[in-house]
Design a binder for this molecule. Structure first.
Ligand SMILES: [Zn+2]
Length: 89
C-alpha cells in the first residue's frame, strides 16, 4: 500500500495498492500532475514531492489503523469519481 499525502494539510491525496489498476505505481510527480498540481483539500500548490513524502504501509498495519482505513475508503471513492469524469468525452 502506497499513500501520498499533502505536505501542507497531511490529508491523503492518493492511495495505491497492488492490483488496483493497470497503470502501475504512479510516481509522486505523476500524482501531482493528476491532481492539477494543487491539493484537493487545502487548495495549496503541491510542492514537488520527494520520496520522503511517500509512505509505504504493510497491509496488516493499514487494517489495524481504523482511522487510516476510513481515510482510504473515502479517497478511493473520490478516485473512482475522478476516473469516471475523465473517461467522459
Ligand atoms: Zn492539503
Amino acid at each position: 500500500m502506497i499513500v501520498y499525502r499533502c505536505s501542507k494539510c497531511g490529508k491523503i491525496i492518493y492511495a495505491y495498492y497492488y492490483g488496483k489498476d493497470f497503470l502501475g505505481v504512479p510516481t509522486p510527480s505523476e500524482v501531482r500532475a493528476m491532481l492539477g498540481g494543487i491539493c484537493p483539500y487545502c487548495k495549496k500548490p503541491l510542492k514537488k514531492p520527494t520520496l520522503e513524502d511517500v509512505k509505504i504501509y504493510p497491509r496488516e498495519e493499514v487494517l489495524k489503523n481504523k482511522k487510516l482505513v476510513m481515510e482510504l475508503q473515502r479517497i478511493s471513492k473520490q478516485q473512482i469519481q475522478v476516473l469516471d469524469q475523465s473517461s467522459k468525452p
